[in-house]
Design a protein around this ligand. Structure first.
Ligand SMILES: C[S@@+](CC[C@H](N)C(=O)[O-])C[C@H]1O[C@@H](n2cnc3c(N)ncnc32)[C@H](O)[C@@H]1O
Length: 257
């Protein structure tokens, strides 16, 4: 927690808005997507999905393959509590929707579905796209699948398995956008990045959640930014974005949302 607070103060000091961003690519992303204040009709669906989950008091037996929880002490958890404490926030869910709408990726991947709050935003951002999402916990995945069915999100394919076995079974595919939200540790985050590298191309974007969750996560984030294939990296505090565009010189941005 101390790391997150001190990092946030440093972030406030270093971060900018669109002024002073000299890359046209990043400038447009910031002004037309990050700071887009339009009220999209899809936000209503996102709110309905969130309401459904936060009002569901049924219990799941959770096998948490992630970094554990700072909130839960037991593996029997209410859907409503998972949605509240583990799921993406309302603000980020909308941003993810806008990001997909703006970038128009055809093939997306999410590592860590949980109840499907982020998956829903990805699918609504481009309903014709393919969204593959992976969740290791059987009961959580079942609840997410029920949600996708209720809202007719046909572009989503949920794989109930460990990330590692998914990558072994699907060695060829490439992804235009990947949301990485699994085990929030340095070791695992760097492992996911290694697994993903053969699956990215010139116009892919990888989005890492919780890059200031711990000092170790921030170290992982810095190593990812330093990788020679990464050109543009954007730190928005909770999320880190990396791009592989070869026409762009290597540059790091710190942007306030
Ligand atoms: C933080 S939650 C994902 C939240 C979700 N993306 C959202 O925004 O609502 C992380 C999820 O990843 C799953 N997970 C973590 N490590 C995994 C692994 N190695 N294989 C499969 N699932 C994993 C956990 O079971 C957990 O449900």
């Amino acid at each position: 927690m101390k790391h997150a607070i001190t990092s946030y103060l440093q972030f406030l000091w270093r971060s900018k808005n669109q002024h002073g961003v000299h890359s046209p690519f990043v400038y447009h992303l910031v002004t037309q997507c990050f700071y887009d204040r339009k009220r999209y009709p899809e936000y209503e669906t996102l709110s309905a999905v969130r309401k459904e989950l936060t009002h569901d008091h049924s219990t799941l037996q959770v096998s948490d393959l992630g970094a554990g929880s700072r909130v839960f002490s037991s593996n029997k958890r209410k859907v409503s509590q998972i949605a509240k404490h583990v799921g993406i926030s309302k603000k980020r869910q909308r941003l993810l929707f806008r990001l997909v709408r703006y970038l128009q990726p055809a093939n997306m991947l999410e590592l860590g579905t949980s109840l499907g709050l982020a998956t829903t935003a990805m699918s609504l951002g481009k309903p014709a796209a393919s969204v593959i999402s992976i969740e290791g916990c059987e009961e959580t995945a079942q609840r997410a699948n029920a949600l996708f069915e209720t809202y007719g999100l046909e572009g989503i394919r949920l794989y109930t398995q460990a990330f590692e076995s998914f990558f072994k079974e699907h060695p060829i595919a490439t992804y235009d956008l990947v949301y990485v939200d699994g085990h929030h540790s340095k070791e695992h985050t760097l492992q996911y990045f290694e697994w993903l590298l053969p699956h990215v191309h010139e116009h892919s974007v990888l989005l890492f959640d919780d890059i200031y969750w711990s000092a170790e996560m921030t170290e992982a984030w810095k190593q990812i930014c330093a990788n020679e294939r990464v050109t543009v990296s954007i730190d928005t505090f909770q999320w880190g974005f990396v791009f592989f565009r070869s026409e762009q010189k290597k540059q790091h941005f710190v942007i306030r949302l």
